[in-house]
Design a protein around this ligand. Structure first.
Ligand code: E4P
Length: 287
């Protein structure tokens, strides 16, 4: 059951509906799920097919993604399921938007994931105008989060998520959790239309600290949610301290939320690398 006093929504980060079912059994609740091309490439049915030498045609892979997302959605009809568009370095906003519209029709509870890149933001700006829910992924800086805020200004609360990737910052020696606290602090001066979804969670400590910081949503892999369940769905108190070890601090920046999104510096090498890796993993499934 959902613990009393838990304000943060808890999502599963994964591409296997079997895990969704199991997590529901373990926790007694689940508020949503995030998927991405890498996670879909790891889906057991996709793996089996590849191991037997069979790849997917471009049409088949979309049909497969749709069937996976529909299965997940059926387990959590009240929750949100994030579905990611295919984007490589040449994909235009128009192409992302077309995919996003199609993907939104797959299930009633979709948030469409666009990268926090120039084209992704352009797509998101138009998507929210057309009533789509969006989840801006591969976010690594406060500036990118400010640009997400500005590009989606017209949206209602609950329709826009921003996903800062903490684990990937940790991987290169920066304290990813700082980016969560910095974005929450910056957004506290805004109108609340963008919700912070802590992503790329690698440890229980990430999860506990994101809970303490009051992240709107946390998405975590099966292993972490299982651990959380085994630890009695603990919610850390005020005394909880996150140990960042030797990770380098990411300082808070005073950034106004009132600018046009195009006026923020949104480039980040990890966003570019993330787009490349997601597109490679997706393409590895296709003949
Ligand atoms: C979720 O929306 C993200 O795609 C996911 O958390 C990324 O995690 P990773 O950095 O472990 O790949």
């Amino acid at each position: 059951m959902r613990p009393e006093g838990l304000k943060t929504r808890i999502f599963l980060d994964g591409g296997d509906p079997g895990e969704t079912r199991e997590v529901l059994g373990l926790l007694g609740f689940l508020d949503g799920q995030t998927t991405n091309p890498t996670l879909i490439a790891k889906n057991p049915d996709a793996r089996r097919r590849l191991e037997q030498g069979g790849k997917f045609s471009a049409e088949e892979i979309y049909r497969f993604y749709k069937s996976v997302v529909r299965e997940i959605s059926a387990f959590i009809p009240e929750g949100s399921v994030s579905v990611e568009v295919y984007a490589d370095r040449d994909t235009t906003a128009e192409k992302m938007l077309l995919q996003g519209k199609e993907m939104s029709s797959w299930i009633p509870n979709a948030h469409i994931k666009f990268p926090s890149s120039r084209e992704g933001l352009r797509a998101a700006e138009q998507a929210v105008r057309e009533g789509l829910r969006v989840n801006m992924t591969l976010c690594f800086t406060q500036e990118q989060a400010a640009a997400v805020y500005a590009a989606t200004r017209s949206a209602e609360k609950g329709t826009v998520f921003v996903s800062p990737f903490i684990g990937r910052l940790d991987d290169r020696g920066e304290n990813g959790m700082d980016i969560i606290s910095n974005i929450i602090r910056m957004y506290s001066r805004g109108d609340g239309h963008v919700e912070v979804l802590t992503a790329s969670v690698r440890t229980s400590a990430h999860m506990y600290y994101a809970l303490k910081l009051g992240s709107d949503i946390i998405t975590a892999p099966f292993r972490i949610l299982k651990e959380w369940g085994e630890q009695g769905l603990r919610i850390p108190g005020d005394a909880y301290e996150y140990n960042a070890g030797t990770l380098m601090k990411i300082p808070y920046k005073e950034i106004a939320l009132s600018k046009k999104w195009q006026d923020y510096n949104i480039s980040h090498d990890l966003t570019d690398k993330g787009i490349e890796k997601f597109s490679e993993d997706w393409n590895s499934l296709i003949t």
